[in-house]
Design a protein around this ligand. Structure first.
Ligand code: APR
Length: 309
């Protein structure tokens, strides 16, 4: 039987994620939004694109959680997006209500599902989703690191004039200004990045990646990025549905790893059919470890704002 993937929120990230999933063809897709016509209209449009792209996936749009029942994976994108001048944290009070309501429904109709959270502020929303669903940590995973890493890889490849696929990069920590890029572990065709670029150029590329979302918000003016975020979220779904066991940077609740307890931050994990099947612990330098802890503290502050603890 084909997997069932539900996407909550049929806005820019949700609609694009549904399109990417339907085009892959390995699952049936449910697109849900409180604005029913938006979900139904986008789903119908995507459905009519599938004969052309050669996929026989099913896709429906709905406002009813009955249609989400027994989903294998639920991707949560519902919530407001940033406008120019806003940080991801500025979204917290609005998005916490939306995400909490969604998670109550998901836990009720799809209690065995794996939840992929995309709504910002990301790490705090994962913490909230864990708390509302009561799911174990391996089944509530946030999309952040794949996007941040992709941004850094893009800028490194552009700078060196090489294929992006030859560049690997590491970004850990919260999905915000305290994210922690690890240039020490970035490689280009297997060669350490620091042998190819002077430290000040590396730092400039890292800063552009840290501000990558804000740069796009500034250009779009009316919303935030969605092509790269949806590609990142769907790559997580790929690894879970196809049991690929990819090692991907994702936001998960740490339980003592990296000396951090009960906080959600981005770290490399193995993603497979069971969700997070392993949290990888990189050997960090003292400075890197301190920066990761600062990032975790920033996430804790946002979680406190929500009154979760
Ligand atoms: N249930 C379902 N859908 C909802 C709900 C709800 N309770 N509340 C809002 N929505 C829907 C809106 O109707 C809208 O269609 O969520 C959608 C959000 O879409 P956009 O405004 O286009 O925002 P988008 O760019 O998709 O970003 C969504 O992802 O990357 C993050 O920071 C971004 O938090 C933001 C989220």
């Amino acid at each position: 039987m084909r997997a069932k993937v539900s996407v909550i929120g049929a806005g820019m990230v949700g609609g694009t994620s549904a399109q990417r999933l339907a085009e892959r063809g390995y699952s049936d897709v449910v697109l849900l939004d409180i604005v029913e016509g938006l979900a139904r209209g986008k789903a119908l449009d995507i459905l009519q694109s599938l004969p052309v792209v050669g996929s026989d996936a099913g896709i429906i749009g709905t406002a009813s959680y009955d249609d989400v029942a027994d989903s294998d994976i639920v991707v949560i994108t519902s919530g407001i997006a940033r406008k120019p001048g806003m940080s991801r944290e500025d979204l917290v009070l609005t998005n916490m209500k939306i995400v909490a309501g969604v998670c109550e429904n998901v836990a009720r109709v799809a209690p065995e599902s794996i939840v992929v959270v995309v709504t910002n502020p990301l790490d705090a929303m994962v913490q909230l989703a864990l708390s509302v669903t009561g799911f174990e940590r391996g089944r509530v995973i946030g999309q952040s690191g794949i996007l941040d890493t992709a941004r850094l890889r893009t800028f490194i490849a552009e700078e060196l004039g090489v294929a992006v696929t030859s560049v690997s990069a590491y970004v850990l920590g919260g999905h915000g200004n305290t994210m922690l890029a690890l240039p020490r572990l970035c490689t280009v065709g297997g060669v350490p990045l620091r042998e190819l670029l002077p430290p000040e150029r590396v730092e400039a590329l890292v800063q552009r990646a840290v501000n990558g979302g804000a740069e796009i918000v500034g250009l779009l003016q009316t919303g935030s990025a969605y092509y790269a975020p949806s590609a990142a979220a769907v790559s997580m779904v790929d690894s879970i549905v196809l049991d690929r066991k990819n090692i991907l940077p994702c936001a998960v609740q740490l339980k003592g790893e990296y000396g951090i307890d009960d906080v959600v931050v981005g770290v490399p994990v193995k993603l497979g059919a069971a969700g997070v099947e392993q949290v990888l612990e990189l050997a960090l330098t003292d400075d890197e470890m301190a920066a990761l802890r600062r990032s975790a503290d920033a996430v804790r502050e946002t979680v406190t704002l929500m009154g979760l603890r």
